[in-house]
Ligand binder design. Structure first.
Ligand code: BG6
Length: 477
């Protein structure tokens, strides 16, 4: 196993992501004994801080967001250092280099928790030699670039100085237990594979909707929007894991091969195959342009150009400020060949539906038709339900040590295992899929607004109605 590296250089160290996700995840790993003994964090950001005030800021952030952080942890905080600097050509990167070198850290892990523009400035600093790259690893937050051209450019730049296996294009969905379960569910069971194709599946729906708005992330989100923030990465990943071919083996390269191949097989959508919208009040959020045309909701209809799925439409949906927070993949199966049991309107046959719920109420639900109790042969819907929580509550605590997406992502990246990150070819294919949507976004001058709390199913309804379909709402409790 590769030796875990001890130094993490965190760009964007005073940002929201650092506070909410990265520091709490590092703290959990520290507590669980999963960080190397000599772990150190060098924060880099524009905020006017020094080591002491950075530690105070980290302490407050962890008190707010880290589970179990009930009192300050000096041993953990003392591992943190800070370098102030910008991304636009000041001497910040030089001071950072000196600080790392003084610390005799020969091969750091660079974590770019930055929006794409600032991230590309750091990559330029690798290219110009201002930051040492010898043996370094790079962890890059999504979105990786802002479109296909910029992602290609970033890939080419990075790969000149950093080995591909040292580049971690982060997507915390890749590390969620319930996302990994999509693969286990498919490849540990014989029941579904025979049905997993155009002969039995009518269509596939994937949703990742949220009830919250952009909150205080407007500065990052505006100009990025839902397609770059969610669809191009998290949502396409869910689809890929649910529909790709079986990997040759259960190793990360085989899984990444299949993911990349599947994404290559998706046809980019035509203009009539997507809709987007923006929630009312978005333009008043801090950091958002009052005339912003950035979409906060998108739904898209895709076709997959391969033998297994030809002719099976896929509907994707994601958005903020909607009526419910749900991430799930749903397979709606075809109708039965003959309705033998239909009887004077008494019998309403629903299609079989299989929902794989990522969160909340993580689980799997299969809806069936069964006989209603009583004299008549009437069919009523019923469901087979599996809840992830039932599984974990029975486990001894040692086996229950579930890590969140960010914790696992960091653990793997620090250990030098890139399996929980996007590979260069896959990320470029994902940008190719959403390219027409981004082009249209650029032209939009009058985006349609929706009321906060609207149902995503209603906003996407037109797209499905054209095909005589509706958005499926599963009833997980
Ligand atoms: C992040 C996006 O990657 O994922 C956020 O930047 C979004 O906008 C978040 O809220 C959703 O993640 P999760 O794990 O809550 O579904």
């Amino acid at each position: 196993m590769t030796e875990a590296r001890q130094t993490l250089v965190l760009f964007g160290a005073s940002g929201d992501l650092t506070h909410r996700k990265i520091l709490p995840a590092l703290y959990r790993l520290y507590q669980a004994g999963r960080l190397p003994a000599s772990f150190r964090l060098f924060g880099y950001a524009r905020s006017d801080l020094d080591d002491e005030s950075f530690r105070r800021m980290a302490d407050l952030a962890m008190a707010e967001y880290a589970e179990g952080y009930t009192e300050s942890c000096p041993d953990f905080l003392d591992r943190m250092f800070y370098v102030r600097g910008d991304y636009d050509g000041g001497d910040g990167f030089d001071r950072l280099r000196e600080r790392i070198q003084c610390d005799s850290c020969e091969a750091p892990n660079y974590y770019l928790a930055l929006p794409p523009q600032a991230a590309s400035k750091v990559v330029d600093a690798f290219a110009s030699g201002r930051l040492p790259t010898d043996g370094a690893r790079v962890l890059m937050e999504k979105p990786f670039g802002t479109d296909l051209a910029s992602a290609r450019h970033l890939n080419r730049q990075l790969q000149k100085y950093i080995k591909e296996e040292h580049i971690h294009r982060i997507d915390h969905y890749l590390a969620k237990d319930t996302v990994r379960n999509l693969l286990v569910f498919r490849f540990a069971n014989v029941l579904f594979e025979p049905l997993w194709n155009r002969h039995y599946v009518d269509h596939i729906q994937v949703s990742a909707t949220e009830t919250i708005g952009v909150e205080n992330r407007g500065g990052y989100y505006d100009g990025i929007g839902v397609v770059r923030d969610m669809l191009q990465n998290h949502v396409l990943l869910l689809l890929a894991f649910a529909a790709m071919e079986p990997p040759l083996a259960n190793d990360s390269e085989s899984i990444r091969d299949r993911t990349a191949e599947f994404l290559r097989s998706i046809d980019p959508p035509a203009r009539r195959d997507f809709v987007f919208g923006q929630y009312e009040g978005y333009r008043d959020a801090p950091g958002v342009n009052p005339q912003s045309q950035t979409p906060t909701f998108a739904a898209v209809r895709l076709s997959i150009h391969n033998w297994r799925w030809h002719g099976v439409p896929v509907y994707l949906m994601s958005g903020k400020c909607l009526d419910e927070r749900v991430s799930e993949v749903t397979f709606v199966f075809k109708d039965i060949p003959l309705h033998l049991l239909e009887d004077n309107n008494y019998t309403q046959m629903d299609p079989n539906v299989l929902s794989l719920r990522i969160h909340p109420s993580e689980g799997i639900r299969l809806s069936l038709g069964v006989k209603a109790p009583g004299y008549r042969d009437r069919v009523v819907p019923a469901a087979l339900d599996f809840r992830y929580a039932d599984l974990t509550s029975g486990l001894p605590s040692a086996d229950r040590e579930l890590f969140s997406g960010y914790e696992r992502v960091l653990m793997e990246a620090l250990a030098g295992r890139p399996g929980l990150a996007w590979r260069a070819d896959a990320i470029e294919s994902a940008w190719r899929v959403v390219a027409p949507i981004l082009d249209e976004e650029d032209l939009t001058t009058n985006i349609s607004l929706y009321v906060p709390g609207s149902a995503g199913a209603d906003l996407a309804a037109g797209l499905l109605a054209r095909d005589n379909r509706v958005w499926h709402r599963s009833e997980f409790e």
